[in-house]
Design a binder for this molecule. Structure first.
Ligand code: CUA
Length: 317
């Protein structure tokens, strides 16, 4: 098994303490304030306990300390202080929620579908992206989360909060990035054998780059020549198309990742390896070796078949 580190190095790692969007910052700051308040409470309470243990410990012949049960003044103070703290935390939380989690619009900007073990991103203009979510910088997008099978959880710690993808029960979340960059996202709820390899990349780019990417993704697959044309014929013959869609070819199954622009992607298998011809070849030779348990079986392709398919897929920019 090849180490996935190159992708993480080239792309990103999870940076929980470095929020890069208004939503993530609101949550992070709330976390900071709560940590400070709770730490102060801990120090005060633990300090008083330790002080009492030392100061009032039992000693031979010493008189009992003064009893204060029923003291009105003390009871008012120790009811009022926690009440003020709770109200303060409530106000701060409500304020953070207004920034991080306002009500979603009736129509989402993007539909996210969790699958065992990859992510599908459907844009209203017809673009279908897989494991690589492109977004324009500085724009809050309303995402609708769906699942095709079991519970998954969408999480990009630098950009937004966690949200569960539940089959037949859409959930909503806002996603935004302050600056261009590649952010790593993960599935953060156990969803089966390859849960740990259900990563995705969020690629935030300036509007012009995002538009260019969108235009390229909207193109149907290019008509292949030579060896690549043989690859396309194989793709249809071998029933690859009963799971994978390639726009511009017959049959549009959506069970497995859309391959129309597979060559434009950085990774394969939900970030388990970099998308290089060599890795694509290894994947086709036996996907189970790279990602044990993946729903794509080993088709036991011949060397020639693998060559033709790789030649074809490399044309799908
Ligand atoms: Cu999907 Cu864990």
């Amino acid at each position: 098994m090849v180490c996935p580190v190159p992708i993480l190095a080239a792309g990103s790692v999870l940076r929980v303490f470095e929020p890069d969007s208004p939503q993530a910052r609101a949550i992070f700051h709330l976390g900071e304030i709560c940590t400070v308040i709770l730490a102060a409470i801990f120090v005060i309470v633990a300090g008083l306990i330790v002080f009492s243990l030392m100061r009032f410990r039992w000693r031979e012949g010493a008189p009992d300390p003064e009893q204060v049960a029923g003291n009105k003044r003390i009871e008012i103070i120790w009811t009022a202080i926690p009440a003020v703290i709770v109200v303060m935390l409530f106000v701060l939380t409500a304020r953070a929620m207004m920034v991080a989690d306002p009500a979603p619009p009736p129509k989402p900007d993007l539909i996210v579908i969790g699958h065992q073990w990859w992510w599908e991103f459907r844009y209203p203009n017809g673009v279908v992206a897989v494991n690589e979510l492109h977004i324009p910088v500085g724009k809050a997008l309303a995402l609708r989360l769906d699942s095709a099978d079991v519970l998954h959880e969408f999480w990009v710690p630098e950009l937004t909060r966690k949200m569960t993808a539940v089959p037949n029960h859409p959930n909503h979340i806002w996603l935004e990035a302050d600056k261009p960059g590649t952010y790593l996202g993960i599935c953060s709820e156990f969803c089966g054998t390859q849960h740990a390899w259900m990563h995705f990349l969020v690629i935030a780019e300036p509007q012009a780059d995002f538009d260019a990417w969108t235009r390229a993704q909207l193109q149907p697959a290019a008509a292949p020549q030579g060896e690549a044309a043989k690859g396309l014929a194989l793709f249809e013959q071998l029933s690859c198309s009963s799971c994978h869609a390639i726009k511009g070819t017959p049959d549009h199954a959506r069970v497995a990742p859309d391959l129309t622009h597979i060559a434009s992607r950085r990774e394969l298998g939900a970030c388990i390896v970099e998308n290089t011809p060599e890795n694509l070849r290894r994947w086709l030779e036996n996907p189970q070796k790279i990602k044990p348990g993946v729903l794509m079986p080993n088709f036991k392709l011949t060397n020639e078949q693998v060559n033709e398919l790789v030649a074809y897929f490399e044309t799908l920019k």
